[in-house]
Every structure is written in C-alpha cells, then in structure tokens.
Design a protein around this ligand. Structure first.
Ligand code: HEM
Length: 423
C-alpha cells in the first residue's frame, strides 16, 4: 500500500521543523505535497498522514474507534493520567468515562461556574502593569481556575498544596522527550532516578487529590466540577470510585490547562496588534466577544492535530492506508485553508458576523467525533470572561512584528510568550 507523498527528509529534521516553526513547517508541506501529506516525527513510531479537507476530516472523525483508536496516541501520558483516564481509553470504556466527565459541562451547571471564572480573571488582570508575559500569567490563571472550579479546592492552604503538587508532576509531563524516554525505561532505579522522582511526585499529588475528594464527599458543595461528579451514579446506583474520579480530574487538568493558557496568550498577542478590535470589545457586544474568541481559536489553534492510530487497513479520501500508521485531522491546516477561509491568515472576527457559518468540519480547534474536546464549552466561556475583563486594559505589543508560533510540549504558543506592555 502506498502512502500519500511527503517530505523525504529524516524524521529528526521534520521533528525539529515542526517543533521550532510549526506554522512554516505545516504550510510548506501542504504547499509542496498537497492534501493529504505524510510526515515522520520522533513523536510517533510510524508515519503520520495529515488530512485537512473537510470531507476527509469528517471521514477521520467518523473512523470506528475499534479500528482507529485515539487513546493509543496519549499512551505516554498513562503514568500520570492513570488507567481509567478518558485520554487513554477507547471504545465502550472511553464512552463510559466520557459520559461521566461531560456532566459538569452542560447547560445550567456550566453557567453556574461563570461568576467564579470572571472573578478569578478580574483578580489576575488587576495585577498587570508594565511588561507582561501573558503566557506565564495565563498558565497561572488557568491553573487557579482548575484548582478552584474543577478540583473544588477550598481555602488558600488546600489550593497552595495542590498547586505545588501539580507543578511537581506536570513539569515532567510537559517535557515530551523526557516523558517518552522515561516511559520506555519504566524501571525503578531508586527514588533518586528520574523515573523514581516522578513516581514519588505522582504519589504525593494523588495523596493530596484523594484527600480533597474525601473531604468533598464528607462535605459536599455545589460549586465545583468535582461536586457534580460526586453526585453521579452508575446503572447499579453506585457513585464513581475514588480512583476513577482521580483519573478524570487529572484528565481535565492535563487536557485543559496548557491548551487554555496558550489560546489566551494568543488572544493577547493578536489583540495587542489589532487595537481597533480590542477597542470594539469595549463596546460590550456579546456576539462580537464570541466572534473574537472563535477567530483566535481559528487563526492560532493551540493543538495542531487530532491523531488516531490504525489497527487495520482503512480507506480515507480515496487512499487505502495500512495498519500501523497514524492518521490525523490537521487542525492547523484545516483552520487556515484559503479555499475555506477568505484571507485565512488575517485576524478578522468580523468574518463570524458576516455571511453563512463555516463548514463545521473546517472550524475544528476542538477536534471532532467521539473524541471532541469534552471541555470546549468551558474553554470558550473562560476565554470570553478573560477577554471581557481585559476589554478596558491598555495593551501594546513590546515589538511590532507578530510573534511566530512555536511548539511547547503539546501546544503551540507565541514564541515570546505573548509579551505586551500594559498601561
Ligand atoms: C482553548 C482551549 C482548548 C482547546 C483548543 C482544546 C482542544 C482539544 C482537542 C483538539 C482535543 C482532542 C480532540 C480529538 O482528538 O478529536 C481535546 C480533548 C479533550 N479536552 Fe480539550 N481543549 C481545550 C480546553 C479544554 C478544557 C478547559 C478542558 C477541561 C476542563 C478540556 C478537556 C478535554 C478532554 C477531557 C479531552 C479528551 C476528550 C476525549 O478523549 O473524549 N479541554 N481538547
């Protein structure tokens, strides 16, 4: 079986290209080889075939998870994410965890978190003056939001302990090469070895998190996603076990923290260079605010691909692809196709207020199908709240030229961290 064409350069070169300049790398391979294109990187043991046409994207998102599981692509996260994690499971087990994890993201329940998100955003922005590296500040804010709203941390001490434990684990998980190397050699070479230290950090984190779960079981509230998850019952009337809850809370942290921080940093990077758009946000029109959020997610998506691994030969867009290879909807390319998005490179929220809505298979910053981002409604709400709290800020870019995209762990961030001058 023949794979679609792609660069012949060694995997090392392609990995560096994609990491250091993801936008240029993906544009180049798309211009040179078209759609689909096959690339090779160190992140994946086998070639990766990228699709960006909406018809092909639909086919990828509809692939049967028994044949094209997504969980295997997150396997390196398992030592942190845990065996019940929605991220590493597929098929019925995945759907079961997905039903559980989605309960806090619906309707009234989701809306009830809005005032707390707005308050956290206002408190963060009130500290800004002078030069601000927005990515660092947004990492801080999105973590505080997760501790308070997802984990239901109460009081400064509980939050501070959890915050330290998150740093102790996530900092390792963020380093992909380290994580991949460690999961290959998962040998316990003592508590001082990198793997031993990581295991200890995860144990410490689990202890704290399970303690919070026990306290919230004893004193339930209605103010957090954990509280909503604790209310759920399975078909036998049993509540979720502590280990299941732990794994789902960690999935929400791992999937929702850096992605939201990167998207918000891009929002500031773009707004600082488009003062007329920022000025219009001050008018307080909710439709325009929503358009700005959608346009940031389109023009600078935090994740570049939604990968699946093929366990059997599969046909996509007329190609028969062999078992073993990875296929992906390429979010970055789909969101920037000139044939679908007029002046695709331009940051133009107006496009969302004019003309017909886009093809749903071309606006895919949250992926699609049964793996579509479970936290998408929360992520968009958080972005709206932060940007509406930032509407009255005076911000300017530190340098006039746009920041280029760079890959940092799994997400794509502005290469200078979205630095702005405030005041
Ligand atoms: C702007 C911020 C975010 C972006 C761009 C984003 C994007 C994505 C993408 C592309 C996927 C994979 C979809 C696929 O494979 O088809 C995903 C999965 C997921 N996201 Fe998000 N995400 C964001 C924020 C969040 C937040 C805030 C949460 C939760 C608090 C969250 C929870 C999840 C979960 C649990 C999954 C796994 C879903 C599954 O496997 O069924 N995400 N996200």
């Amino acid at each position: 079986m023949q794979l679609p064409p792609g660069p012949r350069a060694p995997a090392a070169w392609q990995t560096v290209g994609w990491t250091v300049r993801p936008a240029a790398f993906l544009r180049r391979v798309h211009e040179r080889f078209g759609d689909p294109v096959t690339v090779r990187t160190y992140w994946m043991d086998e070639p990766l075939v990228l699709f960006s046409h909406p018809d092909a994207v639909r086919e990828v998102f509809r692939l049967d998870p028994a044949v094209a599981p997504a969980g295997q692509s997150w396997e390196f996260l398992r030592p942190f994410a845990g065996p019940h994690s929605i991220l590493v499971l597929d098929g019925d087990e995945h759907l079961r965890e997905r039903r559980l994890i989605q309960t806090p993201f619906h309707g009234e329940r989701m809306r009830a978190f809005r005032p707390a998100v707005a308050e956290l955003a206002r408190a963060e922005l009130s500290t800004w003056s002078g030069r601000v590296v927005t990515l660092e500040r947004m990492k801080h804010l999105t973590l505080e939001t997760i501790l308070r709203i997802v984990f239901g941390a109460r009081g400064k001490e509980e939050a501070a302990q959890l915050r330290d434990a998150v740093h102790g684990t996530l900092d390792t998980v963020r380093s992909m090469p380290r994580m991949l190397a460690m999961s290959l050699v998962q040998r316990d070479l003592g508590p001082r070895s990198p793997w031993g230290r990581f295991r200890l950090a995860v144990e410490r984190f689990d202890e704290l998190l399970l303690d919070v779960v026990a306290r919230r079981r004893a004193e339930p509230g209605e103010d957090s996603m954990l509280a909503v998850l604790l209310e759920q019952r399975d078909e036998h009337g049993n509540p979720p076990t502590d280990r299941r809850l732990r794994d789902q809370l960690v999935a929400l942290l791992a999937a929702g923290h850096d992605t939201s921080a990167a998207s918000l940093a891009w929002a500031f990077e773009r707004l600082a260079r488009h003062p007329h758009i920022h000025a219009r946000l001050r008018e307080g029109d909710p439709a325009y605010l929503d358009a700005v959020v959608k346009e940031v997610l389109r023009v600078r998506p935090a994740l570049t691909i939604a990968p699946r691994r093929l366990l059997e030969p599969v046909g996509v867009a007329g190609w028969t692809l062999p078992a073993g290879v990875h296929v992906a909807a390429c979010l970055w390319l789909a969101l920037r196709r000139e044939d679908l998005w007029p002046r695709a490179w331009a940051f133009r929220p107006e496009r969302w207020l004019e003309g017909p809505p886009p093809n749903p298979m071309s606006w895919i910053p949250f992926g699609g199908g049964v793996r579509r981002c479970a936290g998408a409604p929360f992520a968009e709400m958080e972005m709206r709240e932060v940007l509406s709290a930032a509407a009255d800020l005076r911000i300017r870019p530190v340098r006039p030229e746009s920041e280029r995209a760079r890959r940092s762990a799994l997400v794509v961030t502005p290469h200078r961290g979205g630095e702005v001058l405030v005041g």
